[in-house]
Write a protein that binds this ligand. Structure first.
Ligand SMILES: [Zn+2]
Length: 144
């Protein structure tokens, strides 16, 4: 008779390996990876020696592979471009927040408040037209 169990990661049923005690993950590569990730997360939280050892190994690897990230970025232009764009967006959001905080101190009065608005075309009747939610962010005039 087959001893089947449901994988806790992917949800598929699989034949339990009689040699593996309390088997909860199937043989799928992603499921095994998830199992290992969880194991390591728990091990790092529970075992300070293991955590220190992992840190030492990573530091050693970084020293031995000093040019890894430089080479990686050179050979993966799409990765670099994406990062640059995301960083630019983060920078401008941070700058905007900072400017808004400065403005708050002097107390300007906005006639439009930041938030989500529904843009409704003017000509159609209110009953049957589609409204699309649009986020409205205030950009100060001093923003570059
Ligand atoms: Zn699975």
């Amino acid at each position: 008779m087959r001893d089947q169990v449901r994988c806790v990661y992917c949800g598929w049923t699989f034949d339990r390996n009689p040699r593996v005690k309390n088997q909860r993950y199937c043989n799928n590569k992603d499921c095994q990876r998830a199992r290992k990730r969880l194991w390591q997360k728990q091990k790092l939280a529970a075992d300070p020696d293991y955590k220190q050892n992992q840190r030492d190994c990573q530091q050693l690897w970084c020293i031995q592979n000093r040019h890894y990230w430089k080479d990686y970025r050179r050979h993966h232009a799409d990765y670099t471009d994406r990062n640059r764009k995301l960083q630019k967006a983060r920078d401008s959001r941070r700058r905007l927040k900072k400017n808004l905080a400065k403005m708050d101190a002097s107390g300007p009065v906005y006639s439009i408040k930041q938030g989500t608005y529904y843009l409704i075309p003017e000509r159609k009747g209110l009953a049957k037209m589609d409204a699309f939610a649009q986020k409205v962010c205030l950009i100060p005039a001093s923003y570059p």
